[in-house]
Design a protein around this ligand. Structure first.
Ligand SMILES: CC(C)(COP(=O)(O)OP(=O)(O)OC[C@H]1O[C@@H](n2cnc3c(N)ncnc32)[C@H](O)[C@@H]1OP(=O)(O)O)[C@@H](O)C(=O)NCCC(=O)NCCS
Length: 408
């Protein structure tokens, strides 16, 4: 009997969770308890399973979220997660079938974009996804990190409950300004802060620091834990930043200073940071900050170019005709984009193309994270009219690097 791909039923949620724990190497978390916790959160019509007889051998889920795009403007995107196939059923085309079903359902719902975070880079390009917002991992030599600017306001150690209370509001302020951000719901906060046991408990000993401005208003927070280590009675202790979120420049500086100035701390490590971090520019010796790595994080798949391209804003007024290739067909066609800083229109056209590009290239440039020129060099796009790539790049550029700091 062929493997069946379908939405799961409520009674199948524990098995679905048990199935995804295998490829994700999840050792903790009782599937029954996890199912009870997640039932109210999940739209089961968007939770797919692959069924080989009685064996649930594949999982796939999507949910609607709001993505901040240049402007800033806000677009509903389908966020894909929980993608697994059991090792016993791998490379038999099950992911391909689950993905095809989910993208088709997104198109039918009118979602213009799908987004995801790839466990392994090569998986998703074949389905039209491309890296659109990168991350960096930073390591700071705390002993030589001397700040040229001290930042304003005060910092205060607070309980987790205080952060749970003020964190969402602060994040919303950042999300509304930061291209590449997505929404965080109550469940995200409860599980991330360890208030609700999601099966992957946060490390012990997390500290929360709240920044307040001169008027006492919260403007940012830092959460961290410390890995203490001594060698020959010299501290090699590392402070690990979980999140440093700042609504103001003062909060940004003051919270980084806090992290770098905790006694005994030799190194500060921070993952999932923006590629456009101001930290090195705040230090007497910028080399105290090392970029450990820069990696892809948010992948974008354009499903409806007319809606997606009209939704964002552009650096200047201009027109460009894009001929989009898409093997799956969803985004294929020729589109005239009339772009501008205050609004944009995009519609199918018969006009000559200025640029021909793969749907992956459209996803990659959508948030301004890479230039079309680079993608032409990589063979992902071709210039059809002289100067068109330069013109398109001048439109698509973003005034700030896209950054998504929310795992999903
Ligand atoms: C990734 C995973 C879901 C793939 O499932 P699968 O059913 O084996 O994938 P499919 O058989 O549908 O593969 C479709 C295509 O993708 C390719 N592919 C699948 N997984 C790949 C990987 N990890 N790296 C490179 N290519 C991969 C296949 O070779 C196939 O290529 P083709 O189009 O040239 O034939 C599965 O290997 C898995 O569960 N991995 C561990 C958990 C994980 O990483 N999940 C993804 C979270 S983002």
């Amino acid at each position: 009997m062929p493997v069946e791909i379908r939405a799961i039923e409520e009674s199948e949620l524990p098995r679905w969770i048990a199935a995804l724990q295998v490829p994700f190497f999840v050792a903790e978390g009782d599937p029954g308890q996890q199912a009870a916790l997640r039932r109210a959160q999940y739209d089961l019509a968007r939770c797919r399973g692959a069924f080989d007889g009685h064996t649930l051998c594949g999982t796939f889920r999507s949910f609607p979220t709001e993505l901040t795009v240049p402007g800033p403007q806000f677009v509903t995107a389908s966020a894909i997660t929980a993608v697994t196939v059991l090792p016993t059923h791998r490379r038999q085309g099950l992911l391909r079938r689950m993905m095809a079903a989910d993208l088709q359902a997104s198109v039918e719902r009118g979602e213009a974009l799908s987004i995801l975070i790839a466990s392994e880079y090569p998986i998703y390009g074949r389905f039209g996804f491309a890296r659109a917002a990168d991350h960096v991992g930073l390591s700071v030599d705390a002993s030589s990190a001397r700040f040229t600017h001290r930042g304003g306001g005060t910092v205060e150690l607070v309980d987790r409950d205080v952060l749970r209370n003020v964190g969402p509001g602060l994040y919303e302020r950042v999300r509304h300004a930061q291209v590449g951000s997505i929404t965080r719901n109550d469940f995200w906060w409860d599980t991330t802060l360890g208030i609700v046991d999601a099966g992957w408990p946060p490390p012990k000993g997390i500290r929360y620091v709240l920044h307040r401005d001169g008027r006492g208003e919260p403007q940012g927070y830092l959460s961290y834990h410390v890995d203490e280590k001594w060698e020959d009675r010299v501290s090699e202790t590392t402070l690990v930043v979980h999140e440093l979120l700042a609504c103001t420049d003062d909060a940004y500086v003051r919270l980084w200073r806090y992290a770098c100035e905790v006694d005994w701390v030799a190194t500060v490590k921070a993952e999932d940071r923006s590629i456009d971090e101001a930290l090195p520019w705040l230090l007497e010796d910028a080399r105290a900050v090392r970029q450990q790595h820069r990696t892809d994080f948010l992948f974008v798949r354009v499903l409806d170019p007319s809606v997606a391209l009209a939704a964002r804003r552009y650096m200047r007024p201009g027109r460009v005709v894009l001929d989009v290739r898409d093997d799956a067909g969803h985004a294929a066609g020729r589109f005239a984009l009339d772009a501008g800083p205050d609004g944009a229109a995009c519609a199918r056209t018969d006009a000559d193309a200025d640029v021909t590009l793969d749907v992956r290239a459209l996803g990659a440039i959508y948030l301004g994270g890479v230039s079309l020129r680079t993608l032409v060099a990589a063979g992902w796009a071709e210039e059809e009219a002289p100067g068109a790539v330069r013109r398109a790049d001048a439109l698509f550029a973003s005034d700030a690097a896209p950054w998504c700091n929310t795992w999903f």
